[in-house]
Write a protein that binds this ligand. Structure first.
Ligand SMILES: NC(=O)c1ccc[n+]([C@@H]2O[C@H](COP(=O)([O-])OP(=O)(O)OC[C@H]3O[C@@H](n4cnc5c(N)ncnc54)[C@H](O)[C@@H]3O)[C@@H](O)[C@H]2O)c1
Length: 406
């Protein structure tokens, strides 16, 4: 079992109390499990346990599709069978080193190795651009294949509902790669909120910044068909809804234009948004989401998050992974140092992304159609994104109804 490495410091104390991987400066080591027999001592590791393999195809062989392909290739309970991309040379460059087959379209792949072909592929990852998820997702669901789709689920609410309805009719798994739920620091915040350590959450603030070269060059061919709210803030909207276990009632938003146009010759491209979300329980969340940072900024992206509750507060730096926690009678600074989203560990990709893929494979194996990151259970993220777009376009307060679930 992997344990994320942590560095703890008591804020306000002259010297750090501890720098171990598991101990908090104010907590004793857990005694959980003390009365249980050591079953591991009797295990027979030399007897291999048979693992069912899920045959997988990856659709879209760009930056993220390459990562999906690599993770499936490295996991012992999956077998990468095929890679699909309109750019067949790109599909081949990802497939061939991993002894998988390359295809130029989803239809060809399904006919050859899907349920109607050899039957080797029973699940897919879809990592096509944000606006191009519906066609491959729908084709795979219709063919009886389980689907793991990159965020955002869709750019349009009706497309998201169409996919969810199809998955339900075909009894297939349809999950969204909300990998950030699995990040150690985010799991810590989730636990703190679930325990009620901050009291009732009053304010959440999320900042998500990308460098301007991301819309200009990294996704330059399709950045005009997405927005920072979809490409970057899908994770934050999902995290906040998931942590608060609440629904957004009203949304206001403003968009800014002109910076990318003036500096990068990207006419009409939105620079970013500021949106305010009011949850039904009273929490107010504000989102800043923009992609205009200059080339001198050392990272492709960075983020910042804060949660202020009635009796406590959390501040988290995205790239520093430094979490500051203040609750009544206690303050703590934790720097997370274990695998982040996709960290190379002993030649393999580990971290939140791999954990999210494992979660999908688990749902496929157990036929759990309703896992927490299923498209049906996360449709509210798309509803909020849709409301932000409508609020920014109209200048009006948008009220989200409760009848959104298809
Ligand atoms: N989970 C995360 O943290 C995360 C991070 C970055 C990007 N993403 C998402 O992953 C997706 C892919 O992003 P990317 O940066 O890899 O994009 P990319 O442009 O690098 O790759 C997309 C690939 O899809 C191919 N393609 C387009 N339409 C296709 C179709 N219908 N069938 C087959 N191939 C097709 C393109 O030729 C291209 O090779 C996007 O939805 C993006 O938002 C997720």
């Amino acid at each position: 079992m992997r344990v994320a490495a942590l560095l703890h410091t008591c804020i306000g104390e002259p010297r750090p109390q501890c720098h171990s991987s598991r101990h908090s400066c104010t907590r004793r080591p857990s005694s959980a499990g003390r009365n249980f027999p050591n079953i591991l001592a009797h295990a027979t590791p030399e007897v291999p346990i048979p693992t069912p393999h899920t045959g997988v195809a990856v659709i879209g062989a760009g930056i993220l599709g390459t990562r999906h392909a690599r993770v499936y290739d490295e996991l012992t309970d999956a077998r990468l069978v095929a890679v699909v991309d309109h750019d067949t040379a790109r599909a081949a460059s990802v497939a061939e080193p991993r002894k998988a087959r390359a295809f130029g379209s989803t239809a060809e792949m399904l006919a050859a190795v899907g349920p109607a072909g050899t039957g080797e592929v029973t699940a897919v990852s879809v990592a096509t651009p944000d606006h191009a998820h519906l066609e491959p997702v729908a084709a795979c669901l219709r063919a009886g294949v389980d689907v793991f789709v990159e965020k955002p689920l869709a750019m349009a609410l009706d497309e998201a509902k169409e996919m969810i309805a199809l998955a339900r009719v075909k009894s297939r798994v349809l999950m969204v790669n909300y990998s950030q739920r699995w990040l150690a620091e985010h799991r810590r915040i989730e636990a703190l909120l679930t325990e009620g350590s901050l009291g009732t959450p009053a304010f959440v603030e999320s900042h998500r910044w990308d460098a301007a070269w991301v819309p200009e060059r990294m996704i330059g061919s399709w950045s005009d068909k997405t927005t920072p709210i979809h490409f970057m803030s899908s994770h934050d909207i999902d995290l906040i809804i998931h942590w608060l276990r609440d629904r957004v009632e009203t949304v206001t938003a403003v968009a800014h234009y002109g910076a990318l146009d003036a500096e990068r010759s990207l006419p009409g491209r939105v620079d970013g948004y500021i949106a305010t979300l009011r949850f039904s329980g009273g929490t107010v969340a504000s989102l800043h989401s923009s992609w205009i940072l200059p080339d001198t900024f050392p990272l492709a992206a960075d983020s910042y998050l804060e949660v202020l509750g009635a009796s406590g507060a959390i501040f988290l730096g995205g790239s520093t992974r430094e979490l500051k926690l203040y609750t009544p009678g206690h303050s703590e600074k934790i720097t997370f140092a274990g695998p982040a989203t996709a960290t190379e560990v002993n030649g393999r990709i580990e971290g939140a992304f791999t954990d999210s893929v494992r979660d999908f494979l688990g749902a496929v194996r157990t036929r759990e159609l309703d896992r927490a990151a299923s498209a049906a259970r996360t449709l509210h993220v798309v509803e909020v994104q849709d409301a932000i777009m409508r609020a920014a376009a109209s200048g009006e307060v948008i009220r989200i109804g409760v009848s959104g679930t298809p």
